[in-house]
Design a protein around this ligand. Structure first.
Ligand code: WQD
Length: 338
């Protein structure tokens, strides 16, 4: 059993990862300032796992508060989710994004430098690839200029980590997510988009539930099999499991390099229309939608080359798109007390 700090641990991916860590026998401490979630998520984690992990409400971008929180604590690993992550919002508020996402990372690195036995898993993103030249996208694909300050915080975050690993002999694994979707099958935890969802799947479930108008499909003139954009949609439960596998790779001293990067996706691309069809097939609900102009900043297609995750990390996504849509729908209904 190891002691693991999960920053952003009451968030969407953080809460699912906390459940998996507990299931694997680890002791979990959650740090979350409730900037983009609700304290009730802790009840969901407890309902699923039977354990109510310690939760500390702390702003990790606040250096003195973070030092006070971490003083005297010994963590074997940190999984760092806590960050602002809305692409559009980052364009409007770049300073807030750079300050929050970099200061929190740097404050954690101060701790890791003083405790080099503590490994770190960094939440990165496929946005670092921009519109990749090759598909599926391997980890060796060139990093393209970020399309948003959010994407830039992931690119620069990885560079900061590479430098810190080299300077201080740290152990870090960066995980580049493709598109996380779905919810735990218990419907006790899931995505809590505060405000109008920017992402496709939460908008679909809210629209189908009558909370939003028809879905707008952004663009039907892309050079793809049906004209709509392609993404690699990965079930959040699969994504969570990958974090624990990566952290245990550090615990087991199995790393080939002190800084490693892995894509986390299914390796399959789905168009927007295919996601809609999957939702309707999996839930029996019908969705109102219509075509709309392309959304600025969207890439045509992005899906992962998963060879490294499978062959080196020993992890492969297990859940289907239909399963993710059914789980997302069950979560939506539970949010409405149905
Ligand atoms: C998916 C597809 C849209 C909404 C973003 C971040 C990425 C990651 C996942 C954090 C696109 C289309 C969407 C809608 C639509 N987040 N769409 N109508 O943009 O691929 O990735 O979230 O790590 O970093 O960039 O995800 O869900 O917003 O869009 O047609 O109302 O659905 O155009 O083709 P995206 P998304």
């Amino acid at each position: 059993m190891k002691t693991v700090l999960v920053t952003g641990g009451l968030g969407y991916i953080g809460s699912h990862t906390a459940v998996d860590l507990i299931a694997r026998g680890h002791r979990v401490v959650l740090a979350d300032n409730l900037n983009n979630t609700r304290a009730e998520v802790l009840d969901g984690i407890e309902a699923i796992s039977g354990v109510r992990p310690e939760w500390v409400q702390v702003d990790l971008a606040d250096r003195s508060a973070t030092e006070a929180f971490l003083a005297g604590r010994t963590f074997d690993g940190i999984i760092h989710f806590a960050a602002h992550k809305a692409v559009g919002e980052s364009v409007a508020e770049p300073i807030a994004y750079y300050r929050n996402n970099f200061d929190s990372l740097l404050n954690l690195l101060d701790y890791q430098r003083a405790h080099p036995q503590c490994g770190l898993i960094f939440s990165s993103s496929c946005t670092v690839y921009g519109q990749a030249d090759e598909l599926p996208i391997p980890e060796s694909a060139p990093i393209k200029p970020a399309e948003s300050p959010y994407g830039n915080t992931k690119q620069v975050g990885e560079e900061i980590l590479r430098d810190a690993v080299r300077a201080f002999g740290l152990k870090v694994i960066a995980l580049r997510y493709f598109n996380p979707i779905g919810a735990h099958s218990s419907a006790r935890i899931g995505e809590l988009p505060l405000g109008v969802p920017q992402n496709l799947v939460p908008f679909i479930t809210q629209s189908a539930a009558g909370l939003r108008g028809p879905l707008q499909v952004y663009g039907n003139d892309y050079p793809t099999r049906d004209g709509t954009a392609i993404r690699d949609y990965i079930h959040v439960v699969d994504l969570a499991a990958a974090h624990v596998v990566a952290l245990e790779r550090i615990f087991n001293a199995s790393m080939a390099e002190p800084f490693e990067v892995f894509n986390l996706g299914t390796g399959e691309g789905s168009t927007v229309l295919e996601v809609i069809q999957s939702f309707e097939r999996a839930t029996g609900s019908s969705l109102q939608w219509s075509f709309a102009p392309r959304r600025a900043g969207d890439v045509i297609a992005a899906y992962a080359d998963t060879h490294r995750a499978t062959e080196v990390l020993g992890w492969t996504a297990q859940k289907s798109l239909d399963e993710a849509m059914a789980d997302a729908w069950r979560w939506q209904l539970s949010l409405q007390g149905i």
